[in-house]
Design a protein around this ligand. Structure first.
Ligand code: FE2
Ligand code: FE2
Length: 167
C-alpha cells in the first residue's frame, strides 16, 4: 500500500468534501442528520489538521524552504478552522448560528483545501517527486493518526491551539 503523503492527504480531503456536500444537501430541519454530520466533520478535521501540523507541514518547511510562507499561511487557516470546530463542537442545530458557522467552516476549509491541492502540494511533488521522502512522511502521518486527538476539547488539540498563538 502506498503511504505517499500527498496521496493520503488527498484521500482525507475527498472524505471531508463528501461530508460538506452531505451537509449542504441536508434539509434545513433535519436536525439529527445535521448534528451527526457536523460531529463527523469536526472529527475528520481535528485528525487531519493534527497530522498536517505535526508531520506534513514541518517536513515541507524542512525539505522545501521556498514554501515557507505557504506553510505559515496554512497554519493560520488551520487555526481559524480549529476555532470554528471548537465552537461547533459544543453547539446544537437549534442554535441560530449553527448553520451559519458550519457554512463559514465549509467555505474556509474548502478554500484551504483548494490552495493545498492546486497551489502548493504540486510544488512539493515537483521538489520531492514520488520518492522515498514522501513515502516516509506519509508513514509518519499514519503513526501520528493513531494517537491524534479526535475532538477539539482533547488536550493535544489545546496544545495545537496554544502553539498557533505562541509559535
Ligand atoms: Fe491543511
Ligand atoms: Fe489538508
Amino acid at each position: 500500500m502506498s503511504t505517499d503523503a500527498i496521496v493520503l492527504l488527498k484521500e482525507d480531503h475527498k472524505e471531508v468534501r463528501r461530508l460538506f456536500r452531505e451537509f449542504e444537501g441536508a434539509e434545513w430541519n433535519a436536525t439529527e442528520v445535521k448534528a451527526d454530520l457536523v460531529s463527523r466533520i469536526v472529527e475528520a478535521l481535528t485528525v487531519h489538521t493534527y497530522i498536517e501540523n505535526e508531520v506534513m507541514y514541518p517536513a515541507v518547511r524542512e525539505h522545501v524552504p521556498a514554501l515557507e510562507q505557504d506553510v505559515l499561511e496554512s497554519y493560520e487557516e488551520h487555526h481559524v478552522a480549529d476555532l470554528l470546530c471548537a465552537e461547533l463542537d459544543v453547539m446544537t442545530p437549534d442554535d441560530e448560528r449553527f448553520d451559519a458557522k458550519t457554512t463559514v467552516l465549509i467555505e474556509t476549509v474548502g478554500h484551504h483545501i483548494e490552495e493545498e491541492e492546486n497551489d502548493w502540494f504540486p510544488k512539493v511533488r515537483d521538489a520531492l517527486g514520488r520518492n522515498k521522502e514522501l513515502q516516509e512522511i506519509g508513514a509518519r502521518m499514519l503513526e501520528a493518526r493513531a494517537t491524534a486527538p479526535h475532538r477539539p476539547a482533547h488536550p493535544s488539540s489545546f496544545k495545537k491551539a496554544a502553539e498557533a498563538l505562541l509559535r
